[in-house]
Design a binder for this molecule. Structure first.
Ligand code: PLP
Length: 395
């Protein structure tokens, strides 16, 4: 099979999973009306598949900041952070992240994906080891591959398995980076951070926590899982993204290790890409301020997600173990998931469809992402619709 035929075979396999040419992936959103509503085809839908956890995409503060930055600094930096792409705003945002996490330093990357790629490949290299949760996000896997380090996986959220593998490393622990996530994106479950930290402190290693889905969501001031469980000082490096609670695009890494700064000189995903645009940086700075003051937004978010989680659980859906903004209905077959996804869209609700191998353990997911801007009426309507569809599709 030549290279193009291999792509044809992959396309055929995808079509077999998605009969009727249903375009579940990359669906065109024709117009966006608000943080919770958009038009898909001729339907006005509730957006229940975005990572806009604090619902800030249309906040006047973020929009105003972005407008002002475009007017003052233009549409793009047209260069790398390393060359001409570090404006005042990029450096200010780094200081603001360092202040937020009470850390010595922070680095801003162009995407959350690159924050993981750049941090991991800057910290470890050939001959070193990365010990990662088996359900890690692709950006973590890709960062590990880029680094050339040996990759060892432990069973998802299983500290005993992590401990076993760390113990086996012996003296190699000194050059081992352990990686976990605050909230896992597929099932919305949280890492057992206290156990992970205990094991790391007993055996050694450096710990990186990706707070992509937990920033703004967990903890009194929204720092993430580190704040919820009071372990900020025990984690060596925290990465995260601007594309979820901060409602723009970009990524960061913060640390108290002064060596973090050195990544700017060795990390290809930092050096060989253009820096975020001035408007992106300005709206992210405004969003970070709102996030820090946003306990009311977190309360609304948690009111919404606990309500929908409870309703879906009562109905009989199999869900991830932790209530939170990511609520995944776990279904046995891709056909069931596809039917559920299509039926929800016919009821004007947009969610994410996740089919194997992207979903854990060969299952398929219909994944909802709840946000602070969803109204009680929208949450009730979604819960009622899931309940109605359960009897026709599942039971
Ligand atoms: C856990 C995790 N880390 C990193 C990323 C990458 O972030 P971004 O999409 O902002 O590049 C994602 C994105 O979904 C994610 O879920």
């Amino acid at each position: 099979m030549n290279l193009l035929e291999k792509l044809d075979a992959a396309a055929a396999a995808r079509k077999a999973m998605l009969p009727d040419g249903v375009g579940a992936f990359g669906i065109p959103i024709e117009e966006v009306y608000s943080a919770t509503e958009a038009r898909i085809g001729d339907r006005r839908v509730i957006l229940l598949g975005t990572n806009n956890y604090l619902g800030l995409t249309f906040s006047p503060e973020c929009i105003r900041a972005a407008h002002e930055a475009i007017d003052k600094e233009g549409t793009g930096t047209t260069g790398s952070r390393m060359a001409n792409g570090s404006y005042f705003g990029h450096r200010a945002l780094e200081r603001e992240f360092a202040d937020f996490y009470q850390c010595q330093s922070a680095i801003v990357f162009t995407t959350g994906y690159q924050a993981n790629l750049g941090t991991i490949s800057g910290l470890v290299g050939p001959g070193d080891t990365v010990l990662i949760d088996g359900d890690s996000h692709a950006s973590i896997y890709d960062g590990c591959i880029l680094s050339g380090a040996d990759i060892i996986r432990f069973k998802h959220n299983d500290p005993a398995d992590m401990e076993k593998r760390l113990r086996r490393l012996g003296s190699r622990i000194e050059t081992t980076l352990i990686i976990a996530e605050g909230i896992y994106s597929m099932l919305g479950d949280q890492a057992p951070l206290a156990e992970i930290v205990r094991i790391k402190n007993e055996y050694g290693g450096i710990l990186l926590l990706d707070e992509a889905h937990s920033l703004g969501v967990l903890g009194e001031t929204g720092q993430g899982l580190v704040e919820k469980v009071g372990l900020l000082r025990e984690v060596d490096f925290i990465t995260g993204t601007f594309s979820k609670s901060l409602c723009s695009i970009g990524g960061f890494c913060v640390s108290n290790h002064p060596q973090l700064d050195q990544l700017r000189y060795v990390s290809h995903p930092y050096i060989f890409t253009a820096s975020p645009s001035p408007a992106t940086i300005a709206s992210t700075r405004a969003a970070l301020e709102l996030l820090r003051k946003g306990s009311h937004l977190r309360k609304q978010l948690w009111d919404n997600c606990t309500q929908l989680y409870a309703r879906m659980q009562e109905t009989g859906y199999q869900l991830g173990p932790d209530p939170g903004p990511v609520i995944a209905a776990i279904l046995d077959t891709p056909q069931q998931a596809l039917l559920m996804w299509k039926s929800l869209l016919e009821h004007n609700i947009y969610v994410n469809l996740i089919l194997p191998p992207a979903a854990p353990e060969g299952k398929s997911l219909v994944r909802c992402s709840v946000n602070a801007a969803h109204t009680p009426e929208q949450i009730k309507y979604v819960g009622d619709t899931f309940a109605k569809l359960y009897s026709t599709i599942i039971s």
